[in-house]
Design a protein around this ligand. Structure first.
Ligand SMILES: Cc1cc2nc3c(=O)[nH]c(=O)nc-3n(C[C@H](O)[C@H](O)[C@H](O)COP(=O)(O)OP(=O)(O)OC[C@H]3O[C@@H](n4cnc5c(N)ncnc54)[C@H](O)[C@@H]3O)c2cc1C
Length: 376
């Protein structure tokens, strides 16, 4: 990024996108480091012992409404069309999520289901997405009861497992997002672009990072770099608090443990992911072949067990969505902002914000275009 070159800490969506854009803009000698032994950050995929491609840090489904992000990534991969579907086990039955007309019909007696669907359609209109917190405020007692049912059966138990805390303690923005949809559309996402990289995420990243001005060094932590390299202008995509030695306290994260089970033939479950909001200590199981398109031969199911995050031992996956955590993050963010021009913080860990992959790529694009390039 200067005559000494630039440093990018982290080879995930944020770091790799920033590296590519900077290299194409003419920045000299971009060194991308990652303390892990692979590129692609949490989107990394690789075959397991049975030869089945598995997303090593949990199932990653690509979806975006951004034409710009999709066009950019399309330079590095062909796509396989894929619309993700999720079913939840509720009262011993599998029903599609997000919770919509098919779920109501599966779980309520026919007359009651018809009355609920009619009331929802009349009040909110066909195809509406109604946050259950909004539904809880209506003056229609039946709809309030439906909101309570969804909250209890679909959201509350899942959320307690996911976060290991009372749902009421989570920031209202989390609960506000859970919708009932007045629709028969059972796609989990409704974005304009929904597809999976045809040869996988790791191949996409290899293509993105293949540029004469980019060098990638794996198994390399920021902390181990020599002073000269550390003095380069830097895009930092690691954990926000770690940059400051966590001197104001560690930012809380939730982590996950993944358990793989390989069976002889594809088709172990009816869709990509099955959620278990109430039963079992795990939250969901994903059959990888739905996502990757590998449906011949063996199949691998990945089950997710939420667990506490222990720095150095587990992966920091989800920033904990509480007001207290955000307030602590804000204190670090202000210190990070003061370093802009020499160090830019961006990404899911460095911003301490839940980003999907497309949002991480978009964040890196904006950072490079609006903040870094004008300073070169
Ligand atoms: C279980 C799970 C499922 C998900 N599913 C989806 C999904 O279906 N769809 C979707 O769009 N998004 C999904 N995401 C989100 C997606 O993983 C993120 O959007 C994306 O990984 C963010 O990219 P990033 O580059 O900001 O961070 P990361 O991918 O975390 O990359 C940061 C990199 O920085 C490296 N690093 C950190 N500190 C240092 C250091 N000090 N020195 C060197 N290297 C360092 C890390 O090793 C890491 O590789 C999911 C996330 C999780 C956890």
């Amino acid at each position: 990024m200067t005559d000494q070159g630039g440093l990018i800490v982290g080879a995930g969506f944020t770091g790799a996108t920033a590296a590519r854009l900077l290299a194409e803009a003419g920045a000299r000698d971009i060194l991308v480091i990652d303390r892990r032994g692979h590129i692609a950050g949490n989107a990394y995929d690789a075959p397991n012992a049975a030869g089945v491609t598995v997303h090593r840090y949990g199932p990653h489904i690509f979806h975006t409404n951004s034409d710009k992000v999709f066009a950019f990534l399309s330079r590095f991969t062909a796509w396989r069309p894929y619309e993700h579907r999720v079913e939840a086990e509720i009262d011993g039955r599998l029903v599609p999520l997000p919770f919509g007309i098919p779920a109501i019909e599966a779980l309520f007696p026919p007359a009651e289901a018809a009355a609920l669907i009619a009331a929802l359609t009349e009040r909110y209109g066909a195809e509406a997405r109604v946050p259950i917190l909004k539904l809880r405020e209506t003056d229609d007692a039946r709809l309030r009861a439906l909101a309570d049912f969804i909250y209890a059966k679909v959201f509350d138990g899942y959320s307690r497992k996911q976060w290991d805390m009372a749902t009421e303690l989570l920031a209202p923005s989390v609960t506000a997002r859970v919708p009932v949809i007045v629709s028969r559309d059972t796609r989990y996402f409704t974005d304009r672009h929904q597809a999976m990289p045809a040869a996988g995420y790791s191949a996409l990243f290899a293509a993105m990072l293949a540029h004469p001005r980019i060098t990638v060094r794996l198994n390399t932590a920021l902390e181990g770099l020599d002073a000269e390299t550390r003095a380069r202008r830097t895009v930092y995509t690691g954990p926000l608090d770690e940059w400051f030695g966590s001197d104001e306290g560690a930012l809380p994260y939730r982590s996950l443990r993944f358990v793989e089970e390989t069976r002889p033939a594809f088709g172990a479950q009816p869709c990509g992911t099955v959620n278990f909001p109430n039963a079992h200590p795990y939250t969901r199981t994903t059959e990888m072949g739905w996502l990757t398109g590998e449906t011949a031969g063996a199949t691998t199911l990945v089950t997710e067990y939420p667990q506490a995050h222990m720095p150095g031992e587990t992966e920091p996956f989800y920033p904990v969505p509480t007001d207290a955590a955000d307030a602590l993050a804000d204190r670090y963010r202000r210190r990070a902002d003061a370093l802009a021009g020499r160090v830019w913080f961006a990404g899911r860990l460095a911003d301490y914000r839940y980003y999907n992959m497309d949002q991480a790529a978009a964040r890196a694009m904006t950072l490079v275009e609006k903040e870094i390039l004008p300073t070169l």
